[in-house]
Design a protein around this ligand. Structure first.
Ligand SMILES: Nc1ncnc2c1ncn2[C@@H]1O[C@H](COP(=O)(O)OP(=O)(O)OP(=O)(O)O)[C@@H](O)[C@H]1O
Ligand SMILES: [Mg+2]
Length: 287
């Protein structure tokens, strides 16, 4: 199947033309976040992290475990605040964006997080209920999204009556139903068997393309990063960008290009292990 990724946003800008001042969809500028632990030690999760995400960009983040990737997503959702630095969406500080337009940025987790006592329709409609959409309208929207992810026969099913792949499809429907501008995927396909994951990635990409979505995804699968991303950011620990790779259209189907990108990522990941300085008070922790 042809990969349905959008061309990079600036691809249509002719060489030599003056670059327009485009406000990025997401701007992360010198972000820092350290957690103080109960024993008095401190764990640095994010260090001088800087990158932009253009509208309609598909950004894949790969990096070592504990590199602050999920913490970064918490900060993007306004659930955690940075110690210093800035996160802006559409040029606004993150707190203003979240406050004014609740629900326009959403996250899909590895596990489905569906409420077991609600039907697939009611689970998908939940985000709309929170936003005050009337019952009939929200159930109609939910059913449409469930049909779009291939679950039209399962709209009344409880999560326990769905397979793992179907539950994750429900979760994807729930994310799209709130009409977000940005989706954050935190290892969204990693709990699925590879055949199911491949189908879901492909279906997700089609929906993201149709909805003109911007997405940022964290994955431990290099092939998933190549398949879904226009750009791959290799993170070090604590979270910071140690390398960036542009993924040309069709890279996932081109063995030579995919192999080159895989090698490049592996080289940078092995070079970007956890810094000794990351655990600030390591002596205290070892006591
Ligand atoms: N609330 C918290 N309090 C203290 N430390 C925390 C908290 N949340 C995260 N951390 C620490 O921040 C670091 C980064 O965690 P995070 O969950 O973002 O890693 P990650 O990159 O998502 O890893 P993985 O790939 O394993 O999911 C970890 O060392 C973690 O222990
Ligand atoms: Mg994580």
């Amino acid at each position: 199947m042809a990969v349905n990724k959008l061309a990079p946003v600036n691809a249509s800008v002719k060489a030599g033309a003056p670059a327009a001042a485009v406000v990025p969809k997401i701007r992360i500028d010198r972000a820092r976040k350290t957690f103080v632990q109960k024993n008095g030690g401190a764990v640095e999760a994010i260090r001088e992290l800087t990158f932009d995400v253009a509208a309609n960009d598909y950004v894949a983040i790969v990096g070592p475990t504990g590199a602050g990737k999920s913490v970064l997503f918490d900060c993007l959702l306004g659930l955690k605040t940075l110690d210093s630095g800035r996160i802006e969406i559409d040029g606004q500080p993150i707190a203003n964006y979240i406050g004014a337009r609740s629900g326009r940025i959403t996250r899909i987790f590895q596990e489905d997080r569906l409420l077991p006592w609600l039907s697939a329709t009611d689970n998908v409609a939940l985000g709309l209920q929170i936003r005050g959409v009337p019952e009939k309208e929200r159930r109609d929207i939910a059913r449409r999204w469930l049909a779009d992810v291939g679950l039209h026969e399962f709209v009344d099913a409880l999560p326990s009556e769905l397979s793992g792949g179907m539950r994750q499809r429900t979760n994807i429907a729930r994310a799209f139903a709130t009409a977000p501008e940005i989706i954050l995927l935190d290892e969204a396909f990693s709990a699925l068997d590879e055949i199911t994951a491949m189908k879901l990635r492909s279906d997700f990409l089609t929906l993201a393309h149709h909805q003109k979505m911007t997405f940022v995804m964290v994955t431990h699968s290099i092939d998933e990063a190549i398949f879904l991303g226009n750009r791959i950011l290799v993170f070090g620990a604590p979270a910071r960008v140690v390398h960036e790779i542009a993924v040309p259209p069709g890279a996932a189907e081109d063995r030579v290009v995919a192999d080159r990108i895989r090698d490049e990522i592996r080289t940078w990941i092995s070079a970007s292990g956890r810094d000794a300085s990351r655990t600030v008070n390591s002596e205290l922790e070892n006591e």
